[in-house]
Design a protein around this ligand. Structure first.
Ligand code: ZN
Length: 242
């Protein structure tokens, strides 16, 4: 038994670790997820496809907010895995967001980053920007889950990590309690660029892609500062879908 295993075994006695997806108790050799759930991760493979359901939704949102006649570079979009309301995989972003599961988040962010780095669509990304939290929410939680993901992804892509590029101006209520239509108007105009960093291809990062309205609102803020020749793509850990 290695020293690490000794510590894990000791920790397991005091506070048993559980798989966030199925709830089963983890064995000594399992990290973050049990082996069954790890082998069943529903990967999207969106990073291999220029046009995919997430990219279609994201680009449709962007088209709604740009004036007629303005050329907009197609934004690439990829998530690591799918989940729906019945899937235990929804607990991965939840654990990162509400239970400080930073190790789990960083591991999945590295998985996402490795796939983006191997994809020709994202290879030229030179700036990675997390969707910011309002300072009140960040203060309450102690960290921004999107920044935790973005930092790892930036390292994998050998790109700059633009932690302070965007700022959230308005404190918006938890979106789980807001309807779809309301959600878009809720976040529109909520962000502003406060620290402009030179870039040719920006990658926006969030934990989960549902309607795309938060990412579209961030796109809107970036576009006020960056010309249309700068591509703005998006990546998330999870995608709510089939
Ligand atoms: Zn499991």
């Amino acid at each position: 038994m290695s020293l690490r295993e000794c510590f894990v075994a000791l920790g397991d006695l005091v506070l048993p670790r559980h798989c966030p997806v199925c709830g089963r108790r983890l064995t000594l050799s399992e990290r973050h997820l049990c082996l069954t759930c790890r082998s069943d991760i529903p990967y999207t493979h969106f990073w291999e496809r220029d046009h995919n359901p997430m990219a279609d939704k994201y680009n449709a949102r962007i088209r709604e907010q740009i004036p007629d006649g303005v050329e907009e570079a197609y934004g690439h979009a990829a998530a690591l895995f799918y989940y729906n309301s019945e899937s235990g995989y929804k607990n991965i972003p939840q654990a990162l967001k509400y239970r400080s599961a930073l190790g789990l988040g960083r591991e999945f962010a590295a998985q996402l980053g490795a796939r983006l780095a191997s994809s020709g669509l994202f290879a030229d990304v030179d700036l990675v920007v997390p969707v910011p939290l309002h300072w009140r929410r960040r203060w309450g939680r102690g960290y921004n889950q999107a920044a935790v993901i973005a930092e790892r992804v930036a390292a994998c892509l050998d790109a700059r990590f633009g932690r302070t590029v965007l700022r959230r101006l308005r404190y918006t209520h938890s979106q789980t309690t807001v309807g779809m239509e309301k959600k878009a108007s809720n976040v529109s105009g909520a962000f502003r660029v406060v620290d402009r960093v030179e870039a040719r291809h920006i990658l926006l990062i969030d934990d989960t892609f549902t309607t795309g309205s938060t990412l579209a609102a961030c796109h809107q803020a970036l576009r006020q500062v960056y010309p249309p020749s700068v591509r703005i793509s998006v990546a998330t850990l999870s995608y709510v879908g089939p």
